[in-house]
Ligand binder design. Structure first.
Ligand SMILES: *Cc1c(COP(=O)(O)O)cnc(C)c1O
Length: 367
């Protein structure tokens, strides 16, 4: 049934009567880490088949009350996004490529048979929340407001079918550096027993279920003394795909960058896309091509592969220092942060923070 109301709703602004006091906020922002400190407000929009998108508001951040039969709790119809707002040198606030997140959120919704939130509502919800809670952006070189838009199936019904109702929300978290003590090279474990995504599955949708499916492999990585897990393709267990929540790049001794192609089992990262663009802007060759784990091992041994790094919104660029698998491990380059890895990190963060020209119009001012 098509929605009866087709106009986009206006947001009701309901500022909290009890914001966190300024001195208490300053204390929480001193060393926020990642995903532990939350702001005063949240955005919500509801969807039903009868009303379409409605009841849009910015209100005090508060717990949800859900009926125990709410569909998401049983069948995991849930999607999310992650993007950052930055305070620029001139004191203004900007988002990085929010339209790309809006489009990806719609793609994820389609794959999970959920209602597609109009791009204008996605962007407005984020802009209004950032405007309301902009004092929660920590100072410091890594300080940002991490926005987490997400949507759950909210119909109270135990039958297996796409929900007729959805709850979309945005929460905001004050963040500093993702890795404690800076971006030291990480060690990664090659999962040969677990798959993250299969052809025809949900690997290119940003859904919580993909993360749930990756956690046993991530625990295995930790037991193996590694920081992160890297997944191979599900069909041949041969082609390197991505980490649990980050895409991967390889750098060769001739200066060429390579990343696995988006064939449906890899999440199309906006950081991945941005790095391909800034590398090409810098005159580097970037290839999207399959890369086999055995080739990786051989190239690391011969020196043909000089660097590898992971990338995503949360940690931006993370160098990979070593790889471990059932049949042995290998080191990459000198074990430190490679020159191209550092250059990609520096160039991208300079654009994100308004310290470098923005030739592609990626920064979006928040009024
Ligand atoms: C979100 C995510 C990424 C990174 O995407 P960005 O848009 O760069 O933040 C990579 N892999 C997975 C599985 C993800 O969920």
């Amino acid at each position: 049934m098509p929605p009866i109301v087709t106009d986009l709703p206006a947001f009701r602004l309901e500022p909290t009567a009890a914001p966190v006091a300024a001195n208490e906020r300053t204390e929480r922002l001193a060393d926020p880490g990642f995903g532990r400190v939350f702001t005063d407000h949240m955005a919500t929009i509801r969807y039903s088949q009868a009303l379409g998108w409605h009841d849009a508001r910015i209100s005090a951040r508060a717990p949800l009350t859900l009926d125990p039969s709410t569909a998401v709790l049983h069948y995991a119809q849930e999607i999310f996004e992650g993007l950052k707002a930055y305070r620029l040198a001139d004191g203004s606030t900007a988002l990085f490529r929010p339209q790309a997140n809006a489009r990806r959120f719609q793609n994820s919704a389609r794959r999970m048979a959920m209602a597609e939130l109009p791009e204008a509502l996605f962007l407005e919800s984020i802009r209004l929340l950032v405007k309301t809670d902009r004092d929660w952006i920590p100072d410091g070189p890594d300080g940002a407001l991490y926005l987490r838009p997400f949507m759950i199936a909210s119909e109270v019904f135990l039958g297996v079918k796409p929900s007729a109702e959805y709850l979309y929300m945005v929460i905001a978290s004050s963040v500093g550096a993702y890795w404690k003590g800076g971006a030291r090279p990480v060690s990664i474990w090659v999962s040969q027993d677990y798959s993250r995504a299969a052809p025809g599955g949900t690997g290119d949708a940003k859904c919580g279920g993909n993360y749930a499916a990756s956690l046993a492999a991530q625990s295995e990585a930790i037991r193996q003394g590694c920081d992160q897990v890297v997944f191979l393709d599900a069909a041949e267990r041969r082609w390197v795909e991505e980490l649990g929540g980050m895409n991967i790049f390889f750098v060769f001794d001739d200066g060429i960058l390579s990343t696995p192609p988006l064939t449906g089992t890899i999440l199309p990262g906006i950081t991945r896309d941005s790095i391909m663009t800034i590398a090409r802007d810098a005159g580097l060759t970037v290839r999207e091509e399959p890369y086999a784990i055995d080739q990786w091992r051989a190239d690391a041994a011969s020196g043909r592969l000089s660097e590898a790094f992971a990338c995503g919104t949360a940690a931006v660029v993370t160098p990979i220092g070593s790889v471990k698998a059932n049949d042995g491990g290998f080191a990459i380059g000198g074990g430190g942060t490679g020159q191209t890895t550092q250059r990609m990190l520096d160039t991208l963060t300079a654009i994100q923070r308004g310290r470098a020209p923005d030739p592609h119009g990626w920064l979006q001012p928040v009024a």
